[in-house]
Ligand binder design. Structure first.
Ligand SMILES: Cc1cc2nc3c(=O)[nH]c(=O)nc-3n(C[C@H](O)[C@H](O)[C@H](O)COP(=O)(O)OP(=O)(O)OC[C@H]3O[C@@H](n4cnc5c(N)ncnc54)[C@H](O)[C@@H]3O)c2cc1C
Length: 576
Protein backbone atom coordinates (compact mmCIF):
# COMPACT_ATOMS: atom_id res chain seq x y z
CA UNK A 1 0.00 0.00 0.00
CA UNK A 2 1.15 3.57 -0.66
CA UNK A 3 1.04 5.51 2.63
CA UNK A 4 -1.07 8.68 2.46
CA UNK A 5 1.75 10.54 4.17
CA UNK A 6 4.38 9.22 1.81
CA UNK A 7 8.19 9.23 2.06
CA UNK A 8 8.26 11.78 -0.79
CA UNK A 9 6.20 14.21 1.28
CA UNK A 10 8.66 13.59 4.11
CA UNK A 11 11.59 14.25 1.79
CA UNK A 12 10.27 17.77 1.13
CA UNK A 13 9.06 18.28 4.68
CA UNK A 14 12.26 17.17 6.37
CA UNK A 15 15.03 17.22 3.80
CA UNK A 16 14.66 19.45 0.77
CA UNK A 17 13.01 22.59 2.13
CA UNK A 18 14.73 25.48 3.84
CA UNK A 19 11.98 26.09 6.42
CA UNK A 20 14.24 28.39 8.42
CA UNK A 21 14.54 30.72 5.43
CA UNK A 22 10.87 30.41 4.55
CA UNK A 23 9.44 31.16 8.00
CA UNK A 24 11.84 33.95 8.86
CA UNK A 25 11.08 35.67 5.57
CA UNK A 26 7.35 35.14 5.88
CA UNK A 27 6.85 35.80 9.60
CA UNK A 28 9.91 37.84 10.55
CA UNK A 29 13.18 37.13 12.39
CA UNK A 30 11.34 36.14 15.60
CA UNK A 31 9.47 33.26 13.95
CA UNK A 32 9.47 30.05 15.99
CA UNK A 33 10.60 27.90 13.09
CA UNK A 34 10.70 24.59 14.98
CA UNK A 35 7.14 24.95 16.21
CA UNK A 36 5.85 26.17 12.81
CA UNK A 37 7.41 23.18 11.09
CA UNK A 38 6.05 20.83 13.73
CA UNK A 39 2.56 22.20 13.05
CA UNK A 40 2.96 21.36 9.35
CA UNK A 41 3.98 17.83 10.21
CA UNK A 42 1.01 17.40 12.56
CA UNK A 43 -1.42 18.81 9.99
CA UNK A 44 -0.15 16.45 7.28
CA UNK A 45 -0.17 13.41 9.54
CA UNK A 46 -3.70 14.21 10.77
CA UNK A 47 -4.96 14.67 7.20
CA UNK A 48 -3.33 11.40 6.13
CA UNK A 49 -4.98 9.50 8.97
CA UNK A 50 -8.42 11.05 8.40
CA UNK A 51 -8.30 10.41 4.65
CA UNK A 52 -7.20 6.81 5.06
CA UNK A 53 -10.13 6.25 7.47
CA UNK A 54 -12.68 8.00 5.25
CA UNK A 55 -11.62 6.31 1.99
CA UNK A 56 -13.62 3.02 2.22
CA UNK A 57 -16.95 4.73 2.94
CA UNK A 58 -16.40 7.41 0.30
CA UNK A 59 -15.50 4.83 -2.32
CA UNK A 60 -18.50 2.67 -1.44
CA UNK A 61 -20.73 5.73 -1.89
CA UNK A 62 -19.05 6.83 -5.14
CA UNK A 63 -22.23 6.45 -7.27
CA UNK A 64 -24.30 8.67 -4.99
CA UNK A 65 -24.82 12.15 -6.38
CA UNK A 66 -25.73 15.38 -4.62
CA UNK A 67 -29.47 16.21 -4.92
CA UNK A 68 -31.46 19.41 -5.16
CA UNK A 69 -34.29 19.43 -2.61
CA UNK A 70 -36.51 22.56 -2.43
CA UNK A 71 -33.70 24.67 -3.88
CA UNK A 72 -31.13 23.38 -1.38
CA UNK A 73 -28.20 21.11 -2.27
CA UNK A 74 -28.15 17.88 -0.26
CA UNK A 75 -24.81 16.06 -0.22
CA UNK A 76 -24.53 12.26 -0.23
CA UNK A 77 -24.13 10.98 3.37
CA UNK A 78 -20.47 9.91 2.95
CA UNK A 79 -19.51 13.34 1.54
CA UNK A 80 -21.42 15.18 4.27
CA UNK A 81 -19.77 13.10 6.99
CA UNK A 82 -16.30 13.49 5.46
CA UNK A 83 -16.70 17.27 5.14
CA UNK A 84 -17.79 17.53 8.78
CA UNK A 85 -14.84 15.39 9.89
CA UNK A 86 -12.37 17.57 7.97
CA UNK A 87 -14.03 20.78 9.22
CA UNK A 88 -13.88 19.56 12.84
CA UNK A 89 -10.14 18.98 12.36
CA UNK A 90 -9.75 22.52 10.92
CA UNK A 91 -8.83 21.14 7.50
CA UNK A 92 -11.15 23.04 5.16
CA UNK A 93 -9.58 26.50 4.81
CA UNK A 94 -5.89 25.94 5.08
CA UNK A 95 -4.50 29.20 3.72
CA UNK A 96 -6.64 31.60 5.80
CA UNK A 97 -4.43 33.61 8.14
CA UNK A 98 -4.50 33.09 11.93
CA UNK A 99 -6.27 36.44 12.38
CA UNK A 100 -9.37 34.94 10.70
CA UNK A 101 -9.19 31.57 12.44
CA UNK A 102 -7.10 29.66 9.86
CA UNK A 103 -3.64 28.12 9.79
CA UNK A 104 -2.04 30.26 7.05
CA UNK A 105 -0.48 27.08 5.65
CA UNK A 106 2.07 27.19 2.84
CA UNK A 107 0.73 26.50 -0.66
CA UNK A 108 2.77 23.29 -0.86
CA UNK A 109 1.17 21.89 2.31
CA UNK A 110 -2.29 22.95 1.10
CA UNK A 111 -1.78 21.03 -2.10
CA UNK A 112 -0.47 17.92 -0.36
CA UNK A 113 -3.65 18.03 1.74
CA UNK A 114 -5.80 18.36 -1.40
CA UNK A 115 -3.89 15.49 -3.00
CA UNK A 116 -4.68 13.27 -0.01
CA UNK A 117 -8.36 14.26 0.01
CA UNK A 118 -8.60 13.65 -3.76
CA UNK A 119 -7.09 10.22 -3.30
CA UNK A 120 -9.87 9.41 -0.83
CA UNK A 121 -12.55 11.00 -3.04
CA UNK A 122 -12.06 13.38 -5.95
CA UNK A 123 -15.57 14.85 -5.58
CA UNK A 124 -14.99 15.74 -1.93
CA UNK A 125 -11.74 17.40 -2.92
CA UNK A 126 -13.54 19.88 -5.23
CA UNK A 127 -15.70 21.08 -2.34
CA UNK A 128 -12.78 21.56 0.04
CA UNK A 129 -10.48 22.89 -2.70
CA UNK A 130 -12.91 25.62 -3.72
CA UNK A 131 -13.55 26.53 -0.12
CA UNK A 132 -9.82 27.08 0.37
CA UNK A 133 -9.41 28.84 -2.99
CA UNK A 134 -12.30 31.27 -2.53
CA UNK A 135 -11.09 32.10 1.00
CA UNK A 136 -7.58 32.79 -0.34
CA UNK A 137 -8.93 35.14 -3.00
CA UNK A 138 -11.05 37.02 -0.47
CA UNK A 139 -8.01 37.31 1.75
CA UNK A 140 -5.99 38.80 -1.11
CA UNK A 141 -8.56 41.18 -2.60
CA UNK A 142 -11.62 41.77 -0.37
CA UNK A 143 -12.13 44.78 1.93
CA UNK A 144 -11.38 44.34 5.64
CA UNK A 145 -15.12 44.52 6.31
CA UNK A 146 -15.87 41.59 3.97
CA UNK A 147 -12.92 39.60 5.30
CA UNK A 148 -14.09 40.04 8.89
CA UNK A 149 -17.66 39.14 7.95
CA UNK A 150 -16.94 36.00 5.93
CA UNK A 151 -13.47 34.53 6.51
CA UNK A 152 -14.03 33.15 10.04
CA UNK A 153 -16.98 31.14 8.61
CA UNK A 154 -14.65 29.69 5.98
CA UNK A 155 -12.13 28.69 8.63
CA UNK A 156 -14.72 26.95 10.81
CA UNK A 157 -16.33 25.23 7.82
CA UNK A 158 -19.75 26.82 8.36
CA UNK A 159 -19.43 28.74 5.10
CA UNK A 160 -18.54 27.14 1.79
CA UNK A 161 -17.37 28.86 -1.38
CA UNK A 162 -18.13 28.63 -5.10
CA UNK A 163 -16.41 30.21 -8.10
CA UNK A 164 -18.84 31.43 -10.77
CA UNK A 165 -17.24 32.11 -14.15
CA UNK A 166 -18.70 29.84 -16.82
CA UNK A 167 -21.80 30.80 -18.82
CA UNK A 168 -23.42 28.93 -21.73
CA UNK A 169 -21.54 31.07 -24.30
CA UNK A 170 -18.44 31.67 -22.13
CA UNK A 171 -16.39 28.55 -21.40
CA UNK A 172 -12.70 28.71 -22.27
CA UNK A 173 -13.34 32.26 -23.54
CA UNK A 174 -14.20 34.27 -20.43
CA UNK A 175 -14.23 37.46 -22.48
CA UNK A 176 -17.72 36.34 -23.58
CA UNK A 177 -19.18 36.70 -20.05
CA UNK A 178 -22.53 38.53 -20.05
CA UNK A 179 -23.68 38.40 -16.41
CA UNK A 180 -24.38 42.06 -15.73
CA UNK A 181 -23.41 44.06 -12.65
CA UNK A 182 -25.42 47.23 -12.15
CA UNK A 183 -24.29 49.71 -9.52
CA UNK A 184 -26.76 52.27 -8.15
CA UNK A 185 -25.81 54.54 -5.24
CA UNK A 186 -22.97 52.21 -4.25
CA UNK A 187 -25.19 49.10 -4.25
CA UNK A 188 -24.44 46.38 -6.82
CA UNK A 189 -27.02 43.99 -8.31
CA UNK A 190 -26.19 40.96 -10.49
CA UNK A 191 -28.34 39.55 -13.30
CA UNK A 192 -27.49 36.53 -15.43
CA UNK A 193 -26.88 32.80 -15.45
CA UNK A 194 -23.82 30.71 -14.66
CA UNK A 195 -23.46 27.04 -15.53
CA UNK A 196 -21.34 24.10 -14.33
CA UNK A 197 -20.71 25.75 -10.96
CA UNK A 198 -19.01 23.36 -8.55
CA UNK A 199 -20.60 23.34 -5.10
CA UNK A 200 -23.25 25.78 -6.35
CA UNK A 201 -25.19 25.47 -3.10
CA UNK A 202 -22.35 27.18 -1.23
CA UNK A 203 -23.12 30.17 0.98
CA UNK A 204 -20.63 32.48 -0.74
CA UNK A 205 -20.17 32.85 -4.50
CA UNK A 206 -17.28 34.70 -6.10
CA UNK A 207 -18.75 35.92 -9.37
CA UNK A 208 -17.08 37.36 -12.45
CA UNK A 209 -19.52 39.82 -14.08
CA UNK A 210 -19.49 42.66 -16.60
CA UNK A 211 -20.05 46.20 -15.33
CA UNK A 212 -23.19 47.76 -16.74
CA UNK A 213 -21.68 51.18 -17.54
CA UNK A 214 -19.01 49.69 -19.84
CA UNK A 215 -21.04 46.64 -20.93
CA UNK A 216 -21.18 47.33 -24.68
CA UNK A 217 -17.71 48.77 -25.17
CA UNK A 218 -16.00 45.99 -23.19
CA UNK A 219 -18.03 43.11 -24.72
CA UNK A 220 -15.84 40.25 -25.94
CA UNK A 221 -12.90 41.20 -23.68
CA UNK A 222 -11.88 40.43 -20.11
CA UNK A 223 -11.11 44.06 -19.36
CA UNK A 224 -14.62 45.16 -18.38
CA UNK A 225 -15.06 42.38 -15.85
CA UNK A 226 -15.25 42.86 -12.08
CA UNK A 227 -15.25 40.38 -9.23
CA UNK A 228 -18.09 40.23 -6.73
CA UNK A 229 -18.92 38.38 -3.55
CA UNK A 230 -22.53 37.25 -3.75
CA UNK A 231 -23.87 35.57 -0.59
CA UNK A 232 -26.94 33.34 -0.61
CA UNK A 233 -28.10 34.98 2.60
CA UNK A 234 -27.71 38.75 3.03
CA UNK A 235 -26.17 40.26 6.19
CA UNK A 236 -29.68 41.14 7.49
CA UNK A 237 -30.67 37.44 7.28
CA UNK A 238 -32.90 37.74 4.20
CA UNK A 239 -32.54 35.49 1.13
CA UNK A 240 -30.54 36.94 -1.77
CA UNK A 241 -31.61 36.77 -5.45
CA UNK A 242 -29.30 33.83 -6.18
CA UNK A 243 -30.92 30.50 -7.00
CA UNK A 244 -29.63 26.98 -7.68
CA UNK A 245 -31.70 26.11 -10.75
CA UNK A 246 -30.50 22.54 -11.39
CA UNK A 247 -27.75 20.02 -10.72
CA UNK A 248 -26.03 18.12 -13.53
CA UNK A 249 -25.73 14.34 -13.83
CA UNK A 250 -22.10 13.51 -14.63
CA UNK A 251 -19.71 10.71 -15.55
CA UNK A 252 -17.71 11.08 -12.34
CA UNK A 253 -17.09 13.18 -9.19
CA UNK A 254 -20.72 12.47 -8.31
CA UNK A 255 -20.43 13.77 -4.76
CA UNK A 256 -19.48 17.20 -6.12
CA UNK A 257 -22.63 19.19 -6.96
CA UNK A 258 -22.37 20.90 -10.38
CA UNK A 259 -25.01 23.60 -10.58
CA UNK A 260 -26.72 26.12 -12.82
CA UNK A 261 -27.04 29.37 -10.89
CA UNK A 262 -29.51 32.16 -11.68
CA UNK A 263 -28.83 35.71 -10.49
CA UNK A 264 -31.98 37.77 -10.34
CA UNK A 265 -31.12 41.25 -9.09
CA UNK A 266 -28.85 39.58 -6.52
CA UNK A 267 -27.07 41.90 -4.11
CA UNK A 268 -23.29 41.64 -4.43
CA UNK A 269 -20.21 43.25 -2.91
CA UNK A 270 -17.26 44.33 -4.98
CA UNK A 271 -13.99 42.44 -4.41
CA UNK A 272 -10.96 44.39 -5.58
CA UNK A 273 -11.06 47.25 -8.06
CA UNK A 274 -13.68 47.88 -10.68
CA UNK A 275 -12.67 46.43 -14.07
CA UNK A 276 -9.84 44.41 -12.47
CA UNK A 277 -11.95 41.32 -11.79
CA UNK A 278 -10.22 39.07 -14.27
CA UNK A 279 -6.86 39.76 -12.66
CA UNK A 280 -8.22 39.04 -9.19
CA UNK A 281 -9.92 35.90 -10.44
CA UNK A 282 -6.64 34.79 -12.06
CA UNK A 283 -5.17 34.45 -8.56
CA UNK A 284 -7.97 32.06 -7.64
CA UNK A 285 -7.80 30.28 -11.00
CA UNK A 286 -4.03 29.78 -10.75
CA UNK A 287 -4.36 28.43 -7.20
CA UNK A 288 -7.21 26.23 -8.39
CA UNK A 289 -5.05 24.97 -11.28
CA UNK A 290 -2.46 23.78 -8.80
CA UNK A 291 -5.32 22.30 -6.75
CA UNK A 292 -6.59 20.35 -9.78
CA UNK A 293 -3.04 19.18 -10.46
CA UNK A 294 -2.97 17.91 -6.85
CA UNK A 295 -6.33 16.25 -7.50
CA UNK A 296 -4.80 14.51 -10.54
CA UNK A 297 -1.84 13.29 -8.49
CA UNK A 298 -4.14 12.00 -5.72
CA UNK A 299 -6.39 10.10 -8.14
CA UNK A 300 -3.37 8.66 -9.96
CA UNK A 301 -1.85 7.51 -6.69
CA UNK A 302 -5.06 5.63 -5.84
CA UNK A 303 -5.12 4.07 -9.33
CA UNK A 304 -1.49 3.01 -9.16
CA UNK A 305 -2.08 1.38 -5.80
CA UNK A 306 -5.11 -0.54 -7.08
CA UNK A 307 -3.17 -1.71 -10.19
CA UNK A 308 -0.17 -2.96 -8.24
CA UNK A 309 -2.22 -4.67 -5.53
CA UNK A 310 -4.26 -6.47 -8.21
CA UNK A 311 -1.23 -7.37 -10.35
CA UNK A 312 0.38 -9.02 -7.33
CA UNK A 313 -2.58 -11.27 -6.57
CA UNK A 314 -4.07 -12.11 -10.01
CA UNK A 315 -2.50 -15.26 -11.45
CA UNK A 316 -2.49 -16.19 -15.16
CA UNK A 317 -0.26 -18.78 -16.82
CA UNK A 318 0.61 -19.94 -13.28
CA UNK A 319 2.18 -16.67 -12.11
CA UNK A 320 0.93 -13.32 -10.85
CA UNK A 321 0.39 -11.02 -13.87
CA UNK A 322 2.68 -8.48 -12.16
CA UNK A 323 5.55 -10.94 -12.77
CA UNK A 324 5.26 -10.49 -16.56
CA UNK A 325 8.05 -8.19 -17.84
CA UNK A 326 5.57 -6.25 -19.96
CA UNK A 327 3.36 -5.55 -16.94
CA UNK A 328 6.40 -4.50 -14.94
CA UNK A 329 7.31 -2.01 -17.65
CA UNK A 330 3.76 -0.64 -17.85
CA UNK A 331 3.59 -0.13 -14.09
CA UNK A 332 7.10 1.33 -13.83
CA UNK A 333 6.20 3.76 -16.63
CA UNK A 334 3.14 4.82 -14.66
CA UNK A 335 5.24 5.32 -11.52
CA UNK A 336 7.69 7.46 -13.49
CA UNK A 337 4.86 9.57 -14.92
CA UNK A 338 3.19 9.97 -11.52
CA UNK A 339 6.42 11.01 -9.82
CA UNK A 340 7.14 13.45 -12.65
CA UNK A 341 3.75 15.12 -12.21
CA UNK A 342 4.19 15.28 -8.47
CA UNK A 343 7.67 16.77 -8.84
CA UNK A 344 6.39 19.56 -11.12
CA UNK A 345 3.44 20.30 -8.85
CA UNK A 346 5.59 20.46 -5.72
CA UNK A 347 8.15 22.61 -7.49
CA UNK A 348 5.49 25.13 -8.61
CA UNK A 349 3.92 25.24 -5.13
CA UNK A 350 7.23 25.74 -3.34
CA UNK A 351 8.21 28.50 -5.71
CA UNK A 352 4.91 30.23 -4.98
CA UNK A 353 5.55 29.83 -1.25
CA UNK A 354 8.99 31.31 -1.61
CA UNK A 355 7.62 34.33 -3.42
CA UNK A 356 4.87 34.88 -0.89
CA UNK A 357 7.51 34.82 1.83
CA UNK A 358 9.70 37.29 -0.10
CA UNK A 359 6.66 39.52 -0.61
CA UNK A 360 5.93 39.48 3.14
CA UNK A 361 9.53 40.33 3.95
CA UNK A 362 9.56 43.21 1.45
CA UNK A 363 6.24 44.48 2.84
CA UNK A 364 7.77 44.61 6.34
CA UNK A 365 10.55 46.74 4.86
CA UNK A 366 13.22 44.43 6.28
CA UNK A 367 15.97 44.28 3.67
CA UNK A 368 18.18 47.37 3.45
CA UNK A 369 18.21 49.43 0.24
CA UNK A 370 20.99 47.43 -1.48
CA UNK A 371 19.51 44.02 -0.67
CA UNK A 372 15.99 45.15 -1.46
CA UNK A 373 16.68 45.61 -5.17
CA UNK A 374 18.20 42.14 -5.31
CA UNK A 375 15.20 40.55 -3.56
CA UNK A 376 12.83 42.40 -5.87
CA UNK A 377 14.61 40.97 -8.87
CA UNK A 378 14.53 37.43 -7.36
CA UNK A 379 10.80 37.93 -6.82
CA UNK A 380 10.27 38.99 -10.46
CA UNK A 381 12.24 36.05 -11.84
CA UNK A 382 10.27 33.67 -9.63
CA UNK A 383 7.03 35.21 -10.91
CA UNK A 384 8.10 34.44 -14.49
CA UNK A 385 8.81 30.84 -13.49
CA UNK A 386 5.52 30.47 -11.58
CA UNK A 387 3.51 31.76 -14.56
CA UNK A 388 5.04 29.04 -16.73
CA UNK A 389 5.07 26.22 -14.19
CA UNK A 390 1.43 26.60 -13.11
CA UNK A 391 -0.22 25.72 -16.45
CA UNK A 392 2.45 23.08 -17.11
CA UNK A 393 1.83 21.43 -13.72
CA UNK A 394 -1.93 21.38 -14.32
CA UNK A 395 -1.50 19.99 -17.81
CA UNK A 396 1.00 17.28 -16.87
CA UNK A 397 -0.68 16.03 -13.69
CA UNK A 398 -4.17 15.83 -15.15
CA UNK A 399 -3.19 14.18 -18.44
CA UNK A 400 -1.06 11.73 -16.42
CA UNK A 401 -3.98 11.01 -14.11
CA UNK A 402 -6.12 10.19 -17.13
CA UNK A 403 -3.41 7.81 -18.45
CA UNK A 404 -2.68 6.08 -15.15
CA UNK A 405 -6.31 5.44 -14.30
CA UNK A 406 -6.74 4.00 -17.81
CA UNK A 407 -3.67 1.81 -17.22
CA UNK A 408 -5.19 0.61 -13.94
CA UNK A 409 -8.38 -0.46 -15.77
CA UNK A 410 -6.29 -2.35 -18.32
CA UNK A 411 -4.31 -4.05 -15.56
CA UNK A 412 -7.58 -5.32 -14.05
CA UNK A 413 -8.59 -6.88 -17.41
CA UNK A 414 -12.36 -7.52 -17.72
CA UNK A 415 -12.88 -6.75 -14.04
CA UNK A 416 -11.66 -3.22 -14.73
CA UNK A 417 -14.65 -2.67 -17.02
CA UNK A 418 -17.26 -3.65 -14.41
CA UNK A 419 -19.27 -0.76 -13.05
CA UNK A 420 -18.08 -1.36 -9.48
CA UNK A 421 -14.38 -1.51 -10.40
CA UNK A 422 -12.21 0.86 -8.38
CA UNK A 423 -10.00 1.90 -11.35
CA UNK A 424 -13.17 2.48 -13.37
CA UNK A 425 -14.42 4.93 -10.74
CA UNK A 426 -11.03 6.60 -10.57
CA UNK A 427 -10.84 6.94 -14.35
CA UNK A 428 -14.29 8.53 -14.49
CA UNK A 429 -13.14 11.00 -11.84
CA UNK A 430 -9.86 11.71 -13.63
CA UNK A 431 -11.47 12.70 -16.95
CA UNK A 432 -12.80 16.03 -15.66
CA UNK A 433 -9.38 17.14 -14.39
CA UNK A 434 -8.17 17.81 -17.95
CA UNK A 435 -11.25 19.97 -18.59
CA UNK A 436 -12.10 22.25 -15.70
CA UNK A 437 -9.97 25.17 -14.49
CA UNK A 438 -9.00 25.54 -18.16
CA UNK A 439 -8.70 22.57 -20.50
CA UNK A 440 -5.33 21.00 -21.33
CA UNK A 441 -5.36 22.85 -24.66
CA UNK A 442 -5.83 26.15 -22.83
CA UNK A 443 -3.01 25.30 -20.37
CA UNK A 444 -0.49 24.59 -23.13
CA UNK A 445 -1.58 27.78 -24.92
CA UNK A 446 -0.97 29.74 -21.68
CA UNK A 447 2.45 28.12 -21.35
CA UNK A 448 3.24 29.09 -24.95
CA UNK A 449 2.26 32.69 -24.20
CA UNK A 450 4.73 32.76 -21.31
CA UNK A 451 7.45 31.38 -23.60
CA UNK A 452 6.65 34.24 -26.00
CA UNK A 453 7.37 36.66 -23.13
CA UNK A 454 10.80 35.11 -22.54
CA UNK A 455 10.09 32.58 -19.78
CA UNK A 456 12.04 29.75 -21.42
CA UNK A 457 15.43 31.41 -20.86
CA UNK A 458 14.69 32.17 -17.20
CA UNK A 459 13.40 28.68 -16.44
CA UNK A 460 16.17 26.85 -18.30
CA UNK A 461 18.88 29.04 -16.67
CA UNK A 462 17.59 27.90 -13.30
CA UNK A 463 17.63 24.27 -14.42
CA UNK A 464 21.21 24.57 -15.70
CA UNK A 465 22.30 25.98 -12.33
CA UNK A 466 20.59 23.13 -10.50
CA UNK A 467 22.20 20.52 -12.76
CA UNK A 468 25.61 22.08 -12.18
CA UNK A 469 25.08 21.86 -8.42
CA UNK A 470 24.28 18.13 -8.29
CA UNK A 471 26.76 16.37 -6.03
CA UNK A 472 26.29 12.61 -6.43
CA UNK A 473 28.55 11.12 -9.12
CA UNK A 474 25.89 8.68 -10.39
CA UNK A 475 23.69 11.64 -11.43
CA UNK A 476 26.27 13.39 -13.63
CA UNK A 477 25.55 11.40 -16.83
CA UNK A 478 21.86 12.07 -16.46
CA UNK A 479 22.50 15.76 -15.85
CA UNK A 480 24.44 15.85 -19.13
CA UNK A 481 21.53 14.30 -21.00
CA UNK A 482 19.21 16.98 -19.61
CA UNK A 483 21.66 19.74 -20.63
CA UNK A 484 21.63 18.33 -24.13
CA UNK A 485 17.82 18.34 -24.03
CA UNK A 486 17.90 22.05 -23.11
CA UNK A 487 20.20 22.75 -26.10
CA UNK A 488 17.84 20.87 -28.39
CA UNK A 489 14.83 22.78 -27.07
CA UNK A 490 16.57 26.14 -27.52
CA UNK A 491 17.57 25.20 -31.08
CA UNK A 492 13.95 24.33 -31.91
CA UNK A 493 12.37 27.42 -30.29
CA UNK A 494 13.16 29.89 -33.15
CA UNK A 495 11.07 27.76 -35.56
CA UNK A 496 8.07 28.60 -33.36
CA UNK A 497 8.95 32.22 -32.67
CA UNK A 498 8.66 33.15 -36.37
CA UNK A 499 5.10 31.91 -36.87
CA UNK A 500 2.27 32.16 -34.29
CA UNK A 501 0.01 29.68 -36.10
CA UNK A 502 2.78 27.08 -36.20
CA UNK A 503 3.59 27.82 -32.55
CA UNK A 504 -0.06 27.14 -31.59
CA UNK A 505 -0.03 23.93 -33.60
CA UNK A 506 3.06 22.83 -31.66
CA UNK A 507 1.98 24.11 -28.22
CA UNK A 508 1.35 20.58 -26.91
CA UNK A 509 4.76 19.34 -28.05
CA UNK A 510 6.46 22.38 -26.56
CA UNK A 511 4.69 21.85 -23.23
CA UNK A 512 5.87 18.23 -23.16
CA UNK A 513 9.45 19.29 -23.92
CA UNK A 514 9.47 21.94 -21.19
CA UNK A 515 7.89 19.59 -18.65
CA UNK A 516 10.44 16.90 -19.55
CA UNK A 517 13.36 19.22 -18.83
CA UNK A 518 12.02 20.92 -15.69
CA UNK A 519 10.84 17.68 -14.10
CA UNK A 520 14.21 16.04 -14.87
CA UNK A 521 15.89 18.66 -12.76
CA UNK A 522 13.46 18.33 -9.86
CA UNK A 523 13.74 14.53 -9.83
CA UNK A 524 17.53 14.71 -9.98
CA UNK A 525 17.46 17.11 -7.02
CA UNK A 526 15.34 14.55 -5.18
CA UNK A 527 17.87 11.83 -6.02
CA UNK A 528 20.72 14.07 -4.89
CA UNK A 529 18.99 14.48 -1.52
CA UNK A 530 17.90 10.83 -1.23
CA UNK A 531 19.62 8.06 -3.23
CA UNK A 532 16.49 5.88 -3.06
CA UNK A 533 14.98 8.29 -5.63
CA UNK A 534 17.65 7.43 -8.23
CA UNK A 535 15.65 4.86 -10.22
CA UNK A 536 12.67 7.16 -10.69
CA UNK A 537 14.90 10.08 -11.72
CA UNK A 538 16.93 7.93 -14.11
CA UNK A 539 13.81 6.39 -15.62
CA UNK A 540 12.29 9.86 -16.23
CA UNK A 541 15.45 11.31 -17.75
CA UNK A 542 16.06 8.31 -20.03
CA UNK A 543 12.47 8.08 -21.25
CA UNK A 544 11.83 11.78 -21.60
CA UNK A 545 15.12 12.96 -23.09
CA UNK A 546 14.68 10.58 -26.07
CA UNK A 547 11.24 12.09 -26.42
CA UNK A 548 12.69 15.63 -26.34
CA UNK A 549 15.07 14.68 -29.14
CA UNK A 550 12.24 13.41 -31.36
CA UNK A 551 9.86 16.26 -30.63
CA UNK A 552 12.44 19.02 -31.14
CA UNK A 553 13.52 17.44 -34.46
CA UNK A 554 9.90 17.42 -35.60
CA UNK A 555 9.39 21.06 -34.58
CA UNK A 556 12.50 22.09 -36.51
CA UNK A 557 11.41 20.14 -39.61
CA UNK A 558 7.80 21.39 -39.72
CA UNK A 559 6.09 24.67 -40.53
CA UNK A 560 2.64 26.25 -40.71
CA UNK A 561 1.72 24.35 -43.90
CA UNK A 562 1.04 21.41 -41.57
CA UNK A 563 -2.14 23.25 -40.54
CA UNK A 564 -3.38 23.05 -44.13
CA UNK A 565 -2.64 19.32 -44.12
CA UNK A 566 -4.71 18.96 -40.91
CA UNK A 567 -7.55 20.91 -42.56
CA UNK A 568 -7.47 18.72 -45.71
CA UNK A 569 -7.51 15.54 -43.63
CA UNK A 570 -10.44 16.71 -41.50
CA UNK A 571 -12.43 17.81 -44.57
CA UNK A 572 -11.83 14.44 -46.25
CA UNK A 573 -12.58 12.34 -43.18
CA UNK A 574 -15.77 14.19 -42.18
CA UNK A 575 -17.24 16.09 -45.16
CA UNK A 576 -19.48 19.03 -44.16
C1 LIG B 1 -17.85 19.06 -13.51
C2 LIG B 1 -17.54 20.47 -13.89
C3 LIG B 1 -17.29 21.40 -12.90
C4 LIG B 1 -17.02 22.73 -13.23
N1 LIG B 1 -16.86 23.66 -12.24
C5 LIG B 1 -16.80 24.98 -12.56
C6 LIG B 1 -16.81 26.00 -11.55
O1 LIG B 1 -16.83 25.71 -10.36
N2 LIG B 1 -16.84 27.29 -11.94
C7 LIG B 1 -16.84 27.65 -13.25
O2 LIG B 1 -16.89 28.84 -13.52
N3 LIG B 1 -16.79 26.73 -14.23
C8 LIG B 1 -16.78 25.41 -13.93
N4 LIG B 1 -16.77 24.45 -14.91
C9 LIG B 1 -16.67 24.87 -16.31
C10 LIG B 1 -15.32 24.53 -16.92
O3 LIG B 1 -14.32 25.35 -16.41
C11 LIG B 1 -15.46 24.61 -18.45
O4 LIG B 1 -16.28 23.52 -18.83
C12 LIG B 1 -14.13 24.57 -19.15
O5 LIG B 1 -13.40 25.75 -18.91
C13 LIG B 1 -14.28 24.39 -20.66
O6 LIG B 1 -15.24 25.24 -21.20
P1 LIG B 1 -16.38 24.64 -22.16
O7 LIG B 1 -16.99 23.48 -21.45
O8 LIG B 1 -17.28 25.73 -22.55
O9 LIG B 1 -15.60 24.08 -23.39
P2 LIG B 1 -15.14 24.94 -24.68
O10 LIG B 1 -14.48 26.20 -24.24
O11 LIG B 1 -16.29 25.05 -25.61
O12 LIG B 1 -14.03 23.98 -25.28
C14 LIG B 1 -14.36 22.81 -26.05
C15 LIG B 1 -13.04 22.23 -26.61
O13 LIG B 1 -12.40 23.22 -27.43
C16 LIG B 1 -11.07 23.42 -27.00
N5 LIG B 1 -10.69 24.83 -27.17
C17 LIG B 1 -11.41 25.92 -26.84
N6 LIG B 1 -10.71 27.04 -27.12
C18 LIG B 1 -9.53 26.63 -27.62
C19 LIG B 1 -8.37 27.30 -28.09
N7 LIG B 1 -8.26 28.64 -28.07
N8 LIG B 1 -7.34 26.56 -28.56
C20 LIG B 1 -7.40 25.21 -28.60
N9 LIG B 1 -8.48 24.52 -28.16
C21 LIG B 1 -9.52 25.22 -27.67
C22 LIG B 1 -11.07 23.04 -25.53
O14 LIG B 1 -9.78 22.69 -25.09
C23 LIG B 1 -12.03 21.86 -25.54
O15 LIG B 1 -11.33 20.71 -25.91
C24 LIG B 1 -16.99 23.11 -14.59
C25 LIG B 1 -17.21 22.16 -15.58
C26 LIG B 1 -17.50 20.86 -15.25
C27 LIG B 1 -17.78 19.87 -16.35
Amino acid sequence: MIPYHSPIVDLYLKGMTDWEGYFTMRLGPDADVASERETLETVLETTAQICRELEPELRAGWHEAARLVDGEVVYPPAIQKAYETLAAAGLVSFGVENAYGGYGLPVWVTNVILQMIARADAGLMTIVGLQAGVADDLQAYASDELKERYLPGFSSGELMGAMDLTEPQAGSDLGAIRTRATETDGEVRLDGEKIFITNGGAGVHLVLARDDDTFEESAGTTSGLSLFLCPRVLPDGSANGLRVVRLEEKLGIHGSPTATIAFDSATAFRVGEKGQGFRAMLTLMNNARLGVAAQGVGIAEAALESAVVYARQRKQFGVPIGEQPLMKNIIARAITALEGSRALLYRACRLLDRNRAIEAMLARGEPNEGERTEWESVFERNQVRIRLLTPLAKYLATETSDDITRMAIQTHGGLGFMSESVPGKLHNDAIITTIYEGTSEIQVSFALKEVGKGALGVVFDEVRQELAGLVRPELQEHAKRVSKGIDQALEAAPALASDMAYALLSAGALAEIMASVIVSSELLLQADADPSRFDVAASWVERRMSDVETRTARIRAGNATLIERCERMIAQAVPE
